[in-house]
Design a protein around this ligand. Structure first.
Ligand code: NAD
Length: 437
């Protein structure tokens, strides 16, 4: 099939590359001239394990190309995907759909034949209807279809998630779209991946409901972790004992500093706004959002506690800045409110991340950044583990302690066994483990 992808970010680039891998001819479009120029030279604008190899291979095979010209990408297209960003509107919380609407209008001008416009971005219920209206205004006699095909990939494992998903969700309102979308996803259906085909609005809501559920699961274990600290139990044992029950499942039961990233914070807020607009109370999601926000701030207090109540004038070394390992994405990373709060309390911050420092430098101020984690910890009064990159898990704790002023370890991901860190001479503060007296 001939596929165009509008928006070549984390989702657009990975989706387009994987569609090409299945043998389709794919053209990825982006307004960002620098990004397209980089991709044409086989350089990745984002960090995503395994992506570069796949892009280069499909480019070389002539199945994958990059352009800034939407009109060029639209020539002879069977399906055009919209994969642009839907960030929260500042101060409102609902999704900013301006990129979607602009893309829809631009697509309308170059639309040919019975092409399907599929919205891959995460969009509130009813956005497909709005996209259809926008296109119909430009093409009143056009025979196009609008489908919803939300994406569930996770940064850091995006290629595997796309090629081997738990399910594919497709929302359609006509046979043309249904046929085209099923033809595209045939390789997955043939590999026995469930393909859920429903109404467009259902598909749109499935994405938000799934993310809100996962955010709630994380928040649930985080609150239980607090209880563990008070009743002398270990949240790791708790999560294991709970997660082995198939009805509960092991995933998303890792207690930590609170969820962040480019999806959960914005999608939970956008879902709440949709519910409010319809006079429906989603109390559990409301509590999840509030608890997570409070938790992110509370992590700074954990650091204060660990160093004796005051960080004024102290040097704190933060290891791991991105919102999770194996990505360079800093959007809504828990490291940011932590650093800002510690700075407000007078701490000097040194920080290290194996991949995310370039992006981090754009969102945090007055932070000394170090490529070397041991250098980052030099003369620090405490080290805080915020993101559990494998390279951080592998640090030599003895060496780390040697360069520090005081051996305080605040491990917000339980990346190190408490016993191991204590044996290396650290005072350890972790998540959901009994507080030693
Ligand atoms: P992103 O910010 O990485 O990429 C969006 C891209 O779209 C940018 O490169 C931007 O330049 C481009 N763009 C915007 N308007 C355009 C236009 N009119 N024409 C051409 N290009 C345009 O965003 P992302 O992280 O890939 O997210 C995209 C959507 O997918 C969002 O709705 C997000 O919620 C959803 N999503 C993201 C993830 C994830 O892990 N990042 C996972 C699932 C779903």
């Amino acid at each position: 099939m001939k596929i165009a992808i509008v928006g070549t970010g984390y989702v657009g680039l990975v989706s387009g590359t994987c569609f090409a891998e299945w043998g389709n001819r794919v053209v990825c479009v982006d307004k960002d001239v620098g990004k397209i120029a980089q991709l044409r030279q086989g350089k990745m604008p984002i960090y995503e394990p395994g992506l570069e190899k796949l892009v280069v291979r499909n480019q070389a095979a002539g199945r994958l190309s990059f352009t800034t010209s939407l009109a060029e990408a639209m020539r002879g297209v069977d399906i055009v995907f919209i994969a642009v960003g839907t960030p929260p509107r500042p101060g409102h919380g609902d999704a900013d759909l301006s990129f979607i609407y602009t893309a829809a209008k631009e697509i309308a001008y170059s639309l040919e034949g019975n092409a399907v416009v599929a919205v891959k971005s995460t969009v509130p219920v009813g956005t497909g209807d709005a996209v259809k209206k926008i296109i119909a205004t430009v093409r009143p006699n056009g025979s196009f279809s609008v489908a919803s095909n939300p994406e569930f990939l996770r940064e850091g494992s995006a290629i595997d998630d796309f090629l081997f998903p738990d399910r594919v969700v497709i929302g359609v309102e006509d046979e043309n779209a249904r046929k085209a979308m099923l033809a595209l996803y045939r390789p997955l259906a043939e590999a026995n991946t469930p393909v859920v085909v429903g109404q467009r609005r259902s598909a749109e809501l499935i994405k938000y409901a799934s993310n809100a559920f996962l955010a709630t699961k994380i928040t649930f274990i985080n609150e239980l972790a607090d209880l563990c600290e008070h009743v002398g139990t270990d949240v790791g044992e708790l999560a294991l004992g709970m997660g082995l029950d198939h009805r509960i499942g092991k995933a998303f039961l890792n207690a930590g500093p609170g969820y962040g990233g480019s999806c959960f914070p914005k999608d939970t807020l956008a879902l709440l706004r949709t519910a409010q607009d319809h006079g429906v109370a989603l109390r559990i999601v409301e509590e999840t959002v509030a608890a997570n926000e409070a938790r992110k701030r509370k992590m700074a207090l954990k650091v204060l506690d660990a160093v004796g109540g005051d960080v004024d004038g102290l040097t704190i070394s933060v290891l791991g800045l991105t919102f999770k390992p194996d990505t360079d994405d800093m959007r809504d990373a828990p490291s940011v409110p932590l650093i800002e709060t510690l700075q407000r309390f007078g701490a000097k911050i040194r920080a290290h991340d194996p991949v995310g420092m370039e992006n981090a430098a754009r969102v945090v101020e007055n932070v000394a950044l170090f490529n070397d984690p041991y250098e980052c910890a030099r003369d620090a009064d405490a080290v805080v583990i915020v993101t559990e990159w494998e390279s951080i898990r592998q640090l030599d704790l003895h060496r780390l302690k040697q360069v520090m002023r005081s051996a305080n370890l605040i491990d917000l991901r339980n990346a190190f066994g408490r016993g191991v860190a204590q044996a290396a001479g650290f005072q350890v503060s972790s998540i959901g483990q009994p507080v030693p007296h």
